[in-house]
Structure formats: structure tokens, C-alpha cells
Design a binder for this molecule. Structure first.
Ligand code: GLN
Ligand code: ZN
Length: 775
């Protein structure tokens, strides 16, 4: 007999701390400025503070309502070490007791002198990145880390019966990749039967430790997979037969399926013997009663409060979802749709925000309160009428709020015609650009930012505090721009950049200078490990009150006879890395941003800038998890990019830049952007992308990255030449550009200078080889 599932819960809570306490403690430990024990003390303090906070907000301290969702670095890594799921190249990290401790954990996350860390990649359609476990046919699973039990004991001692979590076995293996030692075609999911006994063993230990409920996360089940659906279905059935039906000693099991709809896997999971099933009832469709019929006594945990964005909930809509689901199932509970790790802690920390905007927002703490409020509806339909009315009033005030819907912005968008989205034909553009720019074969350039020195950062901090006048700050930035231009001249680059010293962040910088946005002070969310970002809030109609980048670009261009690139962040990336209004289709918002950027393009051209780069590193990030939804996404996202750039004259060379993912799947969309030159991250994958470009028959300029800027390592000239020679075999030389993988912002000057010198010299050498072959 299992204990009832609590009526209110959340999938997870931010881990980094309200003032990024965890980030600071981890980075200080890495820098040898503190001990493991200090880190432990901070982590312990954060875990307990979270439990106390959640209890105060109304989650029950005594009934598994509070998730133990803390992680020192990443929840997928936590599950990997819990089960010893590490490949041969990390085997030496086990200690004498067969355990993977703190040092091993961080080596997997960050690598060491001899080896690369685990690969990092996007967590579903969020801006969080997880570490990709490596699994081979021989990977010997074992219980190799007992932090999960430690956390349970620590919580119990403080009076909290928490709900520990693991990534569920099917998702864990689907998120993993084949280890180096695996034969070609090896599929990690083939190890399911070897992994399940370890879950059973750990569940028994948790049960013995008094745990009543465990959370197994299975979000991969809402995303279309490369594997046939029948194989996934069989894996789900097998996994939960072993864990739910056959396991003798186990806590009750909650399976979570956040970020979308389960589709045909809903009845499959409903038919298993798990004790509670969480569905994303915010992003996903509200399921039909027939698909829920198999649940029987299994509790349905309805994720009705959006865990991924920051708007106050429409309680009336949530209440009707709850009412519909209550009719369809025997037991219902209320939750967030996803972990709250994607939103900041507390709106009350943002007193500087306009009061009206603040009244529309719900961060993690406010969302917990919403869940608790909605849970009162269960069995008691009239229970929160007053709250529903108040929430509806908030929505109404958003609709009519000053700046939310502005006629001039809407009229401009409404008047657009197809010709506003297209440039002239490429052959004409190419001829005009060749004439305007006169570039050599294999032209060299960088992606935009140069190292942000501590001087630059501190100048910005002092300017923000008012310790520097705008004039003084401007002068310091100009000094830095001059230094960057001089350096590129000396290194021999063909197309220069100003180095972006004036930008704190490539999205926030534009958000601060466009109408319709606001920025927070403490609104940090974890991007990966100790890295956080502070997404801007896009709440109203977007327009550009004044030129943003033009003075900097103009100044940089005045210093050199070579072309300097104007640098803009594209509409899709601005949307992806902000919290975006949810009261209209994303495509409409994207077009407003695009029009603001289009104004900037016009002004850059008028200021004599001949090359303009519009970065879209997040194009892949927002790609829907279901294949059926992808075409319409790619249509509006590609169109918004085209809208932002299509007004450029034929002689103006438009560049774009993409990174952070594999591009094979969206190569057609990349082509559809119709940029004259596209730079793509490629060095880590040893130029894999050139095959996709070749297969697709990519016709315009392309710069596959030849220098991996994600580590301080300096690539030698022969290494860069080799990558270029490989690229030339697949992409016609006249299309090829030579550039690093991404911006240099996070690098130091010493290694950057050396690497860039090697890059330019390699380009010159390969260029000379090409000339001898043709002549
Ligand atoms: N232009 C930006 C930079 O160089 C691009 C950064 C990115 O792609 N993430 O910093
Ligand atoms: Zn990049």
C-alpha cells in the first residue's frame, strides 16, 4: 500500500541559489580558493534553505511534496555517476571503494589535462545544457555514488520527507551517446536490461531509507526520436515492468514527462504499474479521457503551471484543465509543467522593475504559490474563485497595458508584403559584393567578440554604478576597439570586427536598447554547470527608438581601410534567450524584432558599413521536439531573419553565424536564410558539417569554424591547414571563408592572438596552394 501522492508539487526548483551562491562556491573550489568541505557546506545550506522555502510557500514538508532536485552541476551527470555509467576513458576515476566522488564528478564535467570532458548539449527546447553520458557495450554499471541517499538522510534530519529524483532509464539511455570504444551502430538503449537491475537496487536502498516517493524523469518520451516508435514503446514497457511491477522493495514511483505531449506513449505509460504520472498540461495538449483510461488508481499529476516562462498563470484556464482531468481520472494532483530551474527565484527581488510589469510576472516562488492555490480545486470546484478573478484581472491589464500593443508597430507589420522578405538574386549580389569588397580567396574573419578583459568588464560595472560618465565609458570602449582593430590589421585579417566590448551579452545589449523589453537584476538562470544567464523580458511591442550599434561600427570603420562587419543579434536568438510574451504567436513577435533590426541595418549601410552579420546561434534551439511541428517553426524563424536583412543593398554582404548544435537536420533552413556568408561551428566535430553542406549543394559563402574557441588550447597552423584542406575537398574554394568557431569573448588575449595568427597563416598557405593548382 503506497502513501497517497501529495495534491501539490513542483517538478524541480532552481539550484544555483537566489544570489548565485552555488556558482560562487563551485568556482572558488575549482580555483583552489576553498575546500571541498566549504563547497559541501554551501550546497547543504542551499538544499535545506530550498526545503524550508518550499514548505513556507505551502508544499508539505512531510509527504514527498518537496522534490530533492538539487544538483552540483547537472542532473544527467548525477544519474550517470549514481549508476557508474562512464566510458573506458574515465575508468581510472573510480576510488578504491568503486565510487565516483567529487573530483571524478568534476573531471567528467570539465575534463582535465589529458582528456576532453563529456560533451554538453541542449536539454530539450530550453537554454539549459546537460552532459551527455558515454556508454559502450561493456560499460560496467554499478552503484558508484550515493549522494542521493545522503540528500535524503540530510533532509530527514532537518524534518523534511523529500522526493529524490533520477533521470528515468529510458530517457537516460536515449540522452546518452555511444562511447568511443563502442562498435559502429551501437545504440545505448540496447543496454536497458543491464541498467535496470541497478535502478532496482537503488530503489530498494531508497525504500530502506524511508523514502516514500521517487521521481523518475522521462522527458525524452515527449520528443520524436531517431529510433522507431515501436522500439521506444517496448523499452518503456520493459523498463516499467521491471521497476514498477517486478521490483519487490521500492518506493512509490512518479514518472515525469515534461516539455510536451506524450502522444501515443501516454496510454503505454498509463498501462504500467507506476504510482503517479506527471504530464505537461501547459505546453502539451490536454489528453483525451480515453488515453487516460488505463491509469486506474495511478495518480495523474497535471503540470498546469508553466515552468519555462515567467508570466503569471491564467488560473481560469488552469482550473478548466483541472476540471476536465478530474472527470477523467481517479486521483489528480497539481504541479508545474517543468522544473522551475528555467526561471529565476523571486519576482520580489526585482523592485526596480516597473510596478505594472512586475504585477504580471511569476518567478519560481510565485509559481509554487500558484500550484498550491490550484491544488485547492481538487474535489472543491469553487475553492479559488477570488484568486481566479484576480488572475483574470492581471491578464486584462496585460492586454491594455501601455506599450503592449502599439499601433505604429502593428501597422508596420501588417503592411508587409512578400517582397519585404526577399533580396535580389544571388548572382547579382555576388558580383556587386566582389566589386565592393575585393576580397582574396579564402577570406579570413572572426565571429565578432574579442576577449572581454577585466578592464572592459570593470569599466562597464563602474559606468553602471555611475562612477564613470557616459563619455568616459565611451572613450574606454573606443580605446579597446582601436586595440582590436590594430591587432587584426597586424594579424592580416581581411574582414575586421570591432570586438563587441560594449556588450555585456549579445541579447541583453539589444534588449536594453529596444522598446518592449526590460532586464532584471537578480534574474539568473542556469545555462550549464556554474554558468548562468540573465534572460531579458520581452513584454511589449518591439521597436528601435534610436540607432544602437551604429556609432561603434562607424568609429571602428574610421580606423581602417579594410571592411569592418556590423554586428547584430538575430530575431530568433533574441527570442530564444529572453522570456517572451505569450499573448501572441512567436512569429509575430519575431517580425517586430526583425523590423527593429532592419532599421539598424539601414543605418549601418548609411554609415558606410559594407558587411553586416546577423547572428542566429539559437536557430536550432527553438526547433520543436515533434517533427510535425518543425516545418511551421522553420518557416517563421527563417522569415524573420530574412525580414531583418532583406532591405540590404545587393552590394552589402550579409553574414550569419550558427553554433551550439549539429546542423545536418536544418541545413535546408540555414540555406533558406539566404545570407551571403554563413559561419558555422565545426572544429570540435572535425568539419563534419562540410558533408552536410556538400550533400545539400550549398551555393553561397560558408565558414566552417577551424578553431575551437571553447577551450584555451591553441590550434597549431598545420592543424588549421589540415581542416581547411578537408573543407576545400567538399566545398568549392571560392565559397570558403576562414574563421573561428564562435566569438572570442570568453578567451584570454595571449592564447587568442597566437591562435588567430595560426589561423591567418594557415589561410595564406592554403590560398597559395590553391593558386599553384589553378595556374
Ligand atoms: N557575435 C557573437 C560573438 O562573437 C556571437 C556569439 C555566439 O554565437 N554565441 O560573441
Ligand atoms: Zn557562436
Amino acid at each position: 500500500m503506497t502513501t497517497a501522492f501529495p495534491t501539490a508539487t513542483i517538478v524541480g526548483y532552481p539550484r544555483i541559489g537566489p544570489r548565485r551562491e552555488l556558482k560562487k562556491a563551485i568556482e572558488s573550489f575549482w580555483a583552489d580558493k576553498s575546500l571541498a568541505a566549504d563547497l559541501e557546506t554551501t550546497a547543504n545550506g542551499l538544499r535545506l534553505a530550498t526545503y524550508r522555502r518550499l514548505a513556507k510557500l505551502g508544499l508539505d514538508a512531510g509527504n514527498s511534496s518537496i522534490p530533492a532536485s538539487f544538483s552540483l552541476y547537472d542532473q544527467v551527470l548525477d544519474t550517470a555517476v549514481a549508476f557508474g555509467a562512464v566510458s573506458d576513458r574515465f575508468k581510472d576515476l573510480y576510488d578504491g571503494d568503486g565510487q565516483l566522488g567529487l573530483d571524478a564528478y568534476f573531471t567528467l564535467a570539465r575534463g582535465d589535462k589529458e582528456r576532453q570532458p563529456l560533451e554538453m548539449t541542449k536539454w530539450f527546447d530550453t537554454n539549459y545544457h546537460y552532459l551527455v553520458p558515454e556508454i559502450g557495450p561493456e560499460t560496467a554499471f554499478s552503484l558508484a555514488n550515493d549522494w542521493i541517499l545522503r540528500d535524503v538522510a540530510e533532509a530527514a534530519e532537518a524534518g523534511f520527507a523529500v522526493r529524490p529524483m533520477l533521470i528515468g532509464p529510458v530517457t537516460f539511455l536515449l540522452l546518452s551517446k555511444a562511447a568511443d570504444e563502442a562498435p559502429a551502430g551501437f545504440n545505448p538503449l540496447s543496454r536497458l536490461d543491464d541498467l535496470l537491475p541497478l535502478y532496482v537496487e537503488l530503489l530498494a536502498k531508497l525504500s530502506a531509507a524511508g523514502v516514500e516517493w521517487v521521481q523518475l524523469e522521462e522527458p525524452s518520451l515527449v520528443a520524436d526520436q531517431a529510433l522507431p516508435e515501436a522500439e521506444i514503446t517496448a523499452a518503456v514497457q520493459r523498463a516499467y515492468r521491471v521497476l514498477a511491477t517486478e521490483a519487490a522493495e521500492r518506493p512509490a514511483l512518479l514518472v515525469t514527462t515534461q516539455y510536451g505531449s506524450l502522444g501515443s506513449l501516454l496510454p503505454v505509460l498509463a498501462a504500467t504499474d507506476i504510482d503517479a504520472l506527471h504530464i505537461d498540461a501547459f505546453k502539451g495538449a490536454v489528453p483525451a479521457a480515453a488515453d487516460l483510461a488505463g491509469l486506474g488508481n495511478t495518480t495523474l499529476v497535471a503540470g498546469v503551471v508553466d515552468g519555462h516562462n515567467i508570466w503569471k498563470a491564467d488560473l481560469a484556464a488552469s482550473a478548466s484543465t483541472i476540471a476536465a482531468l478530474e472527470k477523467a481520472v481517479s486521483t489528480l494532483a497539481v504541479s508545474t509543467s517543468t522544473s522551475l530551474q528555467h526561471v529565476p527565484h523571486n519576482v520580489e527581488d526585482e523592485q526596480q522593475l516597473d510596478a505594472q510589469l512586475r504585477s504580471w510576472l511569476a518567478f519560481a516562488d510565485q509559481k509554487v504559490l500558484e500550484v498550491v492555490t490550484l491544488s485547492k480545486l481538487i474535489g472543491n470546484p469553487g475553492a479559488i474563485d477570488a484568486e481566479i478573478e484576480a488572475a483574470s484581472a492581471v491578464l486584462a491589464s496585460r492586454e491594455t497595458g501601455a506599450g503592449v500593443k502599439r499601433a505604429e508597430v502593428r501597422d508596420r507589420a501588417a503592411a508587409l508584403t512578400p517582397s519585404d522578405f526577399t533580396r535580389g538574386d544571388y548572382a547579382t549580389r555576388l558580383a556587386a559584393q566582389d566589386e565592393a569588397l575585393g576580397l582574396p580567396a579564402l577570406p579570413t574573419t572572426t565571429i565578432g567578440s574579442f576577449p572581454q578583459t577585466s578592464e572592459v568588464r570593470s569599466a562597464r560595472a563602474r559606468a553602471n554604478k555611475g562612477d564613470l560618465t557616459a563619455e568616459q565609458y565611451g572613450q574606454l570602449m573606443k580605446d579597446e576597439i582601436k586595440r582590436v582593430i590594430d591587432l587584426q590589421e597586424e594579424l592580416g585579417f581581411d574582414v575586421l570586427v570591432h570586438g563587441e566590448p560594449e556588450r555585456n551579452d549579445m541579447v541583453q545589449y539589444f534588449a536594453e536598447n529596444l522598446d518592449g523589453f526590460d532586464v532584471t537584476v537578480h534574474g539568473w538562470v542556469q545555462s550549464y554547470g556554474s554558468r548562468c544567464t540573465r534572460p531579458s523580458i520581452l513584454w511589449g511591442d518591439v521597436s528601435r527608438p534610436a540607432p544602437i550599434t551604429v556609432p561603434w561600427a562607424e568609429y571602428a570603420q574610421s580606423l581602417t581601410a579594410k571592411p569592418v562587419k556590423g554586428m547584430l543579434t538575430g530575431p530568433v536568438t533574441i527570442l530564444a534567450w529572453s522570456f517572451v510574451r505569450d499573448d501572441q504567436p512567436l512569429g509575430e513577435t519575431a517580425n517586430q524584432v526583425a523590423l527593429a533590426l532592419r532599421d539598424e541595418v539601414t543605418d549601418l549601410e548609411a554609415a558606410g558599413i559594407k558587411v553586416i552579420q546577423v547572428d542566429e546561434p539559437a536557430l536550432r534551439e527553438l526547433l520543436p521536439l515533434r517533427n510535425a511541428d518543425q516545418a511551421s517553426y522553420l518557416e517563421w524563424s527563417v522569415n524573420s531573419f530574412k525580414l531583418s536583412t532583406a532591405s540590404a543593398a545587393p552590394a552589402t554582404q550579409v553574414h550569419t553565424h550558427l553554433c551550439y548544435s549539429e546542423f545536418g537536420a536544418i541545413i535546408e533552413a540555414i540555406d533558406g536564410l539566404d545570407a551571403d556568408v554563413t559561419s558555422i561551428e565545426a572544429a570540435r566535430s572535425r568539419m563534419e558539417v562540410v558533408h552536410d553542406l556538400e550533400d545539400h549543394g550549398f551555393k553561397r559563402g560558408v565558414g566552417p569554424g577551424v578553431y575551437d574557441i571553447h577551450s584555451p588550447r591553441v590550434p597549431g597552423q598545420p592543424e588549421v591547414s589540415e581542416l581547411l584542406e578537408k573543407a576545400v575537398q567538399h566545398v568549392p574554394a571560392r565559397q570558403l571563408w576562414v574563421n573561428p568557431d564562435c566569438g572570442l569573448k570568453t578567451r584570454g588575449y595571449a592564447e587568442t592572438e597566437e591562435s588567430l595568427r595560426n589561423l591567418v597563416n594557415a589561410a595564406v598557405a592554403v590560398r597559395a596552394q590553391l593558386e599553384t593548382t589553378v595556374s
